[in-house]
Structure formats: structure tokens, C-alpha cells
Design a protein around this ligand. Structure first.
Ligand SMILES: [Zn+2]
Ligand SMILES: [Zn+2]
Length: 148
């Protein structure tokens, strides 16, 4: 029976720090390479490589691909990060929203003009005020100052 290291190296092209080591073996159904480790458990190839060749991954952290290549298992292209940072760095809706500096109408998301909705997304105060004004106008509430 071959060791985890032998299995790993039989499925990887590469060896130097600069280039991506592309995993040629199976993936775990998501998109990361995986193989059966010494204990018979499925291990993720990039996590195994990091722990075998660099350092232990701190508990609770996931590995972020700095090269943005999910099939790369070069541990020098990986960095342990919290799940939150990983999501922010990925090409997700969350990341695009967090990276926005202005609302759809072009108002700045600065501290004076921004508030958080109950679900945590940022809201534009200027747009909220404009919506309220339109609402009052269409419902003819502007003439009733006590309605606030
Ligand atoms: Zn890489
Ligand atoms: Zn706005």
C-alpha cells in the first residue's frame, strides 16, 4: 500500500514554488483535488500539501488560493484565512457588494450616507430619503407634516 505522499506526488505536475501544481487526480465533487490518505479517509489534496510541506493549518481556517486556481495544490500558493475572508476574495455576490463604493444611483457608501439593513447589507441613505419623498408625493402625505 502506497503512502499518502506517494499518492499525492503521483497526481501532481510540478515541484517548484513559482508555478501552479495542477492536480491530475480525482476531485471531491466540488472542485478541489482529493485522494485517499493513509488512514483510508478522503483528504483534500491542497490541505494535505500545505500541512505536509509547510505548516499545520490553524484550526477553523480554510486555505485560500492566492493564484485563484482551485485545482492548484502548490502550498506556496495557499494561505490560511478565515472563511469570511475567503468569501470576500472569491468572485461571489458578497464580494462584489462589499467592494462597491457607490450605490446604484452613484451616491458614495461613506459612513455618513450608509446604514446597515437588518440582514447586514449596506443601504444608501440618500436613496432611502428619495424613496421616502417619492412615497409621500404619490400618497399625498407631504401636506400632512404630523404624519411623520
Ligand atoms: Zn497556484
Ligand atoms: Zn443612493
Amino acid at each position: 500500500m502506497s503512502s499518502a505522499a506517494e499518492k499525492f506526488w503521483s497526481k501532481v505536475n510540478g515541484g517548484d514554488v513559482e508555478t501552479c501544481w495542477i492536480w491530475t487526480g480525482a476531485t471531491n465533487g466540488v472542485r478541489y483535488g482529493s485522494f485517499t490518505g493513509g488512514s483510508g479517509r478522503q483528504v483534500l489534496a491542497h490541505r494535505w500539501a500545505y500541512e505536509a510541506l509547510r505548516a499545520e493549518i490553524p484550526a477553523g481556517l480554510s486555505l485560500d488560493h492566492l493564484c485563484r486556481n482551485p485545482t492548484c495544490v502548490n502550498p506556496w500558493h495557499l494561505e490560511p484565512v478565515t472563511q469570511r475572508i475567503n468569501l470576500l476574495r472569491g468572485e461571489t455576490i458578497t464580494a462584489r457588494k462589499a467592494a462597491q463604493t457607490h450605490c446604484e444611483s452613484g451616491h458614495p457608501f461613506d459612513s455618513a450616507n450608509t446604514y446597515r439593513s437588518p440582514n447586514g447589507t449596506r443601504k444608501c441613505r440618500a436613496c432611502g430619503a428619495a424613496r421616502a419623498r417619492r412615497y409621500r408625493a404619490t400618497h399625498k402625505l407631504a401636506a400632512q407634516p404630523q404624519s411623520a
